[in-house]
Design a protein around this ligand. Structure first.
Ligand SMILES: Cc1cc2nc3c(=O)[nH]c(=O)nc-3n(C[C@H](O)[C@H](O)[C@H](O)COP(=O)(O)OP(=O)(O)OC[C@H]3O[C@@H](n4cnc5c(N)ncnc54)[C@H](O)[C@@H]3O)c2cc1C
Length: 492
């Protein structure tokens, strides 16, 4: 459903006035509010839920940061802003290069800002492959940095920095008490200490626009009552993604709209910020982009297996980051894929993937999986011939994940889309500048309007290129940009 703006001349009274009005109190809204307040602005945040936190508070709280952070250095990890930039560019080639450059160059500073405004990261490094380790170590590999060809384009470094959870052994994606909640509690406490006004149970409805097209306020409702708030310097949209709005999902993100995919996040991420921005002239980018995952590791030994499609052929480096492997499965015929392992590497997936069966020979497995005659045998023979010398010329897995699969019995694990829970969230949003300004289609900024987080399009735009931590990283970072630049505008 399209939203309409209200002309300033039609507003009879304003119930309140502020310099910077932030809509939504997740990672992006908190970043915006803190920076705007520090820049001297009077700041009000309205939040639809009864408390701030949003989807961010449900997350594990990984933040993609690099270039030589305190924790990277403590663990002897060498990284540079240039390598981080090259990696981000390669993984998100359609994303704005100026934003990737700014984000990489500012990453150490942003790490320090998060520690100063939320809580310190744990000092330790978790060296294994996991989709979300449950122990407290902060630093981990959360992308495709070591995967070919990316490892040749940018020097690999782990850049996922997890906020400490409520306890050392916090487990569970989407559960409370994880790093995302700790992050949000810290940021909200900082905002409150600085004097940011937070109004909860407040649902943003319509932007108010003056005769020159400048956004100067908002109508919101609180317990069925209309409220009109005037924003002298700017309005920041920070309402999160649109995974929970089926109509928008069907319209913009039809592949992910399918009920086979579980939607992660707060029930309030319904694309309201997207629609508000659109009503003022904003346009969208990468709206069909989404993150999905159904990881087949741990155990790590399964990275030594091969993933094949219904033609019995491999199609992705199996040591890819889990969202990349899942996205690659989605692109296969019938969306079907099997993880083939031998007895030497077999282990039960931690994630609930079904073991189809085990067979004494590859020929029997191929027949029972109804793969074309000889296809899997050929794939395995080819893989094993090179694996004997630790090589994988087809997809260039790292040698430590390459070993011949020759020890019977041979098992097949179902990695097909629909055979196991596949979870995700949307990535597309309003087109914005590196300052966070919402842009018209021709690239001009809409006066007075800013957006960040999952309602804007910044660095992350698909599962193939996603590195965990990019969303909260860009939400907090570009949220800060919005707050800083909105506060600096002349009062309307
Ligand atoms: C389970 C889970 C795990 C994740 N793990 C990670 C991770 O480890 N690392 C990572 O980078 N990303 C992760 N993500 C993605 C990441 O959490 C989000 O992309 C990011 O937090 C978005 O931040 P945001 O501030 O834009 O939105 P949110 O945190 O969702 O905040 C938006 C806020 O706006 C409010 N709002 C919405 N509509 C209105 C309205 N009309 N009026 C007023 N307020 C409104 C909402 O109530 C909400 O509080 C995860 C997501 C989920 C759900």
């Amino acid at each position: 459903m399209a939203f309409e703006t209200i002309a300033l001349g039609d507003v009879e009274r304003f119930d309140e006035t502020t310099d910077v009005l932030v809509i939504g109190l997740g990672a992006a809204g908190a970043g915006a509010a803190i920076e705007a307040r520090r820049a001297g602005a009077d700041v009000t945040v309205i939040e639809r839920a009864s408390a701030g936190g949003g989807s961010t508070a449900l997350s594990g709280g990984f933040i993609y940061l690099g270039g030589g952070t305190r924790v990277q250095k403590l663990n002897g990890i060498e990284d540079s802003a240039q390598d981080m930039y090259l990696y981000l560019r390669e993984m998100s080639p359609e994303a704005d290069p100026a934003k990737a450059r700014l984000y990489a160059d500012s990453s150490v500073d942003h790490f320090d800002w998060i520690e100063a405004n939320a809580v310190p990261f744990d000092d330790r490094f978790y060296p294994h492959k996991h989709y979300e380790h449950s122990s407290a170590e902060s630093l981990a590999w959360t992308g495709n940095e070591q995967v070919w060809p990316y490892r040749e384009i940018a020097k690999p470094a782990p850049r996922g920095h997890k906020m400490p959870g409520k306890d050392e052994k916090h487990v569970g994606v989407g559960e409370t008490g994880g790093g995302g909640q700790v992050l949000m509690e810290g940021l909200i406490a900082t905002a409150e200490t600085l004097g940011v006004r937070i109004e909860c149970d407040a649902n943003a409805r319509q932007l108010i626009v003056d005769a020159d097209g400048r956004v100067v306020g908002l109508r919101y409702t609180r317990f069925q009552q209309d409220h009109y708030v005037r924003a002298r310097r700017g309005v920041v949209l920070a309402t999160g993604g649109f995974s929970m709005n089926q109509e928008m999902m069907d319209e913009y993100c039809p592949v992910f709209a399918d009920e086979v995919f579980g939607k992660l996040g707060s029930g309030y991420v319904q694309g309201v910020g997207h629609r508000l921005g659109e009503s003022a002239g904003g346009v969208f980018e990468h709206m069909d982009g989404f993150f999905i995952t159904s990881p087949f590791y741990p155990p790590e030994s399964l990275l030594k297996a091969i993933l094949v499609n219904v033609e019995g052929k491999r199609f992705v480096a199996e040591d890819s980051y889990h969202s990349r492997s899942t996205a690659a499965v989605l692109a296969q015929p019938e969306r079907r894929a099997y993880l083939i392992c031998d007895n030497a590497i077999f282990g039960r997936c931690e994630y609930p993937h079904d073991l189809i069966d085990a067979w004494e020979t590859v020929e029997e497995m191929e027949r029972d999986l109804k793969l074309p005659e000889g296809a899997l045998q050929k794939t395995m023979a080819n893989y094993n011939a090179h694996a004997a010398s630790g090589e994988d010329p087809e997809f260039r897995k790292l040698p430590k994940w390459v070993q011949p699969l020759t020890e019977a019995p041979f098992a097949a694990i179902d990695c097909s889309i629909g055979s196991t829970p596949i979870l995700g969230f949307t990535l597309g949003g309003l087109k914005t500048s590196a300052k966070g300004e919402v842009l018209y289609a021709d690239g001009r900024p809409i006066p007075g309007l800013y957006a960040a987080g999952a309602c804007a399009s910044n660095l992350a735009y698909d599962s193939m290129g996603y590195s965990t931590g990019t969303c909260i990283g860009e939400s907090t970072f570009f949220g800060r940009q919005c707050g800083k630049y909105a506060a600096a505008q002349a009062a309307a």
